[in-house]
Unconditional design. Structure first.
Length: 268
């Protein structure tokens, strides 16, 4: 098995602008990482994968490992064809969630014709289509229907499922997994924190994932899919270390009687 590492461009959210893309690519190349391209810059509606942007994408990612996260704005077949052609030109795989394929929760046959067209388009262009972790029963159905699709295991997502646990997903998907999204959380929400949290995904689960992937020997692209830290994240990480790990006394207590964990904080 060979693992190559990339960084999701979501790591630049809140700082990224239309003019900063080349700088971000140069930074990641200097650190030895590839890039997983998200379709949008935060706060802007234009999709990066539109044809007019292809020359810029090609120039900025030259000699760089590239994968693409599918647009998630209910793309049409025409938009799918456009981003598949973009992926072919960038020599990139496409990672897609179920909704972008027209498949929604608790709907076994929903979007079945639509997804068939997308799979065919990807096969015609020899572009690898990787389905990002979603409902495990639906993923199993897709694997039975389409031999060409692969899977992307999102470690943050599978740490949150209340029905199927981390190892259920690994056991079911590892054989056809060619992508990983690497992030961590405390088991409450998928807040895309860096792997290795005190109180996050247990080390034994990380080791179990690596061993399972080794058993099948696939080439894998592992993308760090982490968000820029907000004050909430920084306080949570600092508190976990000081009060959970070191057991310092008099931990501040959350206010009681509120519906959410904390007020929404958005610096943009």
């Amino acid at each position: 098995m060979r693992i190559q590492y990339a960084v999701s461009s979501m790591i630049f959210w809140w700082r990224e602008t239309k003019l900063s893309f080349e700088i971000e690519c140069e930074f990641l190349k200097s650190e030895g990482f590839g890039i997983e391209l998200w379709p949008y810059v935060r706060g802007q509606q234009e999709c990066r994968f539109e044809k007019k942007n292809w020359p810029r994408l090609l120039a900025a990612t030259q000699d760089m490992l590239v994968s693409m996260r599918s647009r998630n704005d209910h793309p049409t077949l025409e938009q799918w064809a456009e981003q598949i052609e973009c992926a072919k030109r960038l020599d990139a795989d496409i990672v897609a969630d179920l909704k972008s394929l027209g498949i929604y929760d608790n709907a076994e046959e929903n979007g079945s014709d639509f997804v068939s067209h997308i799979v065919s388009l990807a096969e015609e262009k020899n572009v690898k289509l990787c389905i990002e972790t979603g409902s495990l029963p639906q993923l199993k159905q897709l694997s039975e229907r389409f031999e060409s699709i692969c899977f992307c295991i999102d470690t943050g997502y599978i740490n949150l499922d209340q029905v199927f646990n981390f190892r259920h997903y690994v056991d079911a998907l590892a054989e056809r997994t060619t992508h990983l999204h690497l992030s961590d959380n405390y088991g409450k929400k998928n807040d895309h924190e860096p792997p290795g949290l005190c109180g996050g995904i247990p080390h034994k689960n990380w080791l179990y994932l690596l061993e399972a992937l080794n058993n099948y020997g696939n080439d894998v692209i592992a993308a760090f899919e982490i968000s820029p830290s907000t004050p909430q994240v920084l306080l949570r990480q600092a508190s976990a270390f000081m009060f959970d790990n070191l057991k310092w006394p008099n931990r501040p207590q959350d206010k009681k009687g509120v519906e959410s964990e904390s007020p929404t904080y958005n610096p943009t």
